[in-house]
Design a binder for this molecule. Sequence first.
Ligand code: GLA
Length: 392
Amino acid sequence: MQQSTYHSQLAQLRDGFVASFGTVPAHVTRAPGRLEILGNHTDYNEGTVLSVAVDRAMFVAIAPADPAGRNCQVVDLRDNSRRDFSLADLSHPRKGDWANYIKGLIVELQQRGIAVPPFSAALLGEVPLSAGMSSSAALEMAMLLALNRLCGIELSWLECAKIGQACENNYVGARTGLLDQFSSLRGKRGCLIYSDFRSYEVSTVPIPAGTAFVVANSMVKHNLSQEYNERRQSCEEAVAALAKIYPGVSALRDVSWEQLLAARQQLAPLPFRRALHVVGEITRVEKGRMALQQGDVEQFGQLLLESQQSSEENFENSCPEIDALVAIGRGLPGHLGARISGGGFGGICVHLVRAEQAGEYLTALQKIYQEQSGRKISAMVCQASDGASYLD
Ligand code: GLA
């Protein structure tokens, strides 16, 4: 994000807070969205992922409120929607409501014995909603840092990530992994982060000079709850069948490509294809990390394309709009690779391009897609940014 945009967002957040609640915020936090660069649906299979935190973030301002009672109020300054709720009554998530990402966190904190005092909060940000850049994890992590300050506690980054995931799993109803929270918390400017979802270790891999990420939003809104959960279930079915053949297998992470192919006849066709995707992705992440270490951006780009092909054929979590955007990208100058990013079923695709051609690439992608489909998409160049932080 440009420094000027960043400062104007902060000023708007503080002004909006004062206008909404008649007092100044006590704490301000920021947490970015993320791009999954390679490693699709591998996190909950205990695999590895290469991702970045993006230069688009959610900001939260918070202050204690209602000292005699238990009432909280939160205003989303993007559309001035407002939610009032009592800390004594958080038991019922409202389907599709953004406040679930806040209430679910409070429930998780309460279950860990942490008393959350009543508060007023304001939100602002520019992570596109329901697009695949994890606006929800950005909101959760910015809110959770704010709650850390409000409650006078200092949860570790890993605990914060797990609380965010628990909020999604238990309150929102999406059985997501830890990728989005890891990326939002541990992002590093100019770097990909390499996360291992078995050991929970995170390290950085510099993004090769002269490359950029063009992100195209298919404008197909995705809803992660149903199809995502079905994919996860298929992966679990595959693990159950593979564990009978290979003792010691407890996750798809444990299965090699060769072992999976050898077990083909013993697996039902659908779990087999889902497992092909995940095991293939874990292999590609390792190859990709090596390619980047050797500065081989062409090979890295090729792996992105293979990942997309596997999403289309094996995991079936792409969509015609994303397939078309990747196909168009392949014909453009500066293209190195492209793939769907995140849960899938719509949302965004990420294109790795030569930096000096990024602007023309972006314009051409939008123009050709509109000519072909009659529909407009939005696209942007994203930089890798630092992870979540306290701003006070
Ligand atoms: C969503 C989930 C993540 C991860 C990705 C797919 O973003 O929230 O946990 O599973 O999909 O890789």
